[in-house]
Design a protein around this ligand. Structure first.
Ligand SMILES: NC(=O)c1ccc[n+]([C@@H]2O[C@H](COP(=O)([O-])OP(=O)(O)OC[C@H]3O[C@@H](n4cnc5c(N)ncnc54)[C@H](OP(=O)(O)O)[C@@H]3O)[C@@H](O)[C@H]2O)c1
Length: 241
């Protein structure tokens, strides 16, 4: 699979490109300027020469021609960027990782974009795409530490369950990351806003946190089967309920 990254020259997009390339995907680093993309690719290759075959540089239309496309622009340009390339993106899984936030002094505050989240705004802008919200809480720094696993859950939501499965499969290749199906795209509002809390914790505790939820032991499909088995099992001394 070739993964295109729109705005792939920033800290988040370039680190994600390197990380995904390190686990076997071919990544196209997109940019409004092909030259900036070349520069960023060169920087990544200088650090990790072994990734040369799996990192490509392109302008944003070149990145939008990937099989799956991640939007890694600032939040306020994610929907317009997607719309600009809607013909190239039609029918594809498009991942929105943007968080609408503002820093006010030492506080991070979530903003509510049109339709409640950046991801929902992107979906409305490109209705022919299968938009998935993911990667919001993975810090670029940790993404770029290719030698180390990232100990984090990755909350994924979409109105297209098949698209969630595709993105979960990608996330599960990143060492230490556990993909979690967090339901429909409406939940992107909470996922994106929660990033403000995580950034606030980073400031308070002088660290970089990542979310890890307790109590989930299995794949949601196995969980359904387990629940059905429990329901079918005869209660002690009684009949199945
Ligand atoms: N940084 C993190 O740790 C992190 C973690 C998780 C999620 N995120 C999210 O990931 C996204 C990218 O984060 P970042 O820190 O890498 O952002 P960034 O550096 O501000 O921007 C990323 C790239 O977007 C492009 N861009 C900038 N303004 C644009 C515009 N008006 N229209 C189209 N493209 C534009 C630029 O690429 P060109 O100039 O080359 O086109 C830039 O290099 C953000 O939405 C952020 O909320 C970030």
């Amino acid at each position: 699979m070739r993964i295109g990254i729109l705005g792939g020259t920033g800290p988040a997009g370039s680190a994600l490109a390197a990380r995904l390339a390190s686990v076997g995907y071919t990544c196209i680093i997109g940019s409004r300027s092909k030259y900036r993309s070349m520069e960023v690719r060169d920087q990544l290759i200088a650090k990790w020469p072994e990734l040369a075959d799996r990192l490509e540089c392109a302008d944003n239309p070149g990145a939008a021609s990937g099989d799956l496309v991640i939007i890694a622009t600032p939040w306020d340009s994610a929907a317009t960027t997607a719309q600009e390339y809607q013909e190239l993106l039609a029918g594809k899984v498009v991942v929105s990782m943007a968080n609408a936030l503002v820093r006010v002094g030492h506080e991070f505050q979530p903003l509510v974009p049109p339709r409640g989240s950046v991801a929902a705004h992107v979906q409305a802008a490109v209705p022919r795409c299968r938009v998935v919200a993911a990667f919001h809480h993975l810090p670029a720094t940790e993404l770029g530490h290719l030698g180390s696993p990232i100990d984090s859950d990755v909350l994924i939501c979409s109105d297209d369950p098949e698209a969630t499965i595709v993105v979960a499969a990608i996330v599960s290749k990143i060492p230490g990351c556990r993909p979690l199906d967090a339901g429909e795209l409406s939940n992107a509002t909470a996922i994106e806003a929660f990033t403000a809390v995580l950034l606030q914790l980073n400031v308070r505790y002088k660290t970089r946190v990542a979310p890890k939820l307790t109590g989930i032991r299995s794949d949601p499909r196995d969980a359904k089967k387990d629940a059905a088995k429990t329901a079918a099992a005869p209660a002690a001394g009684g009949t199945p309920s």
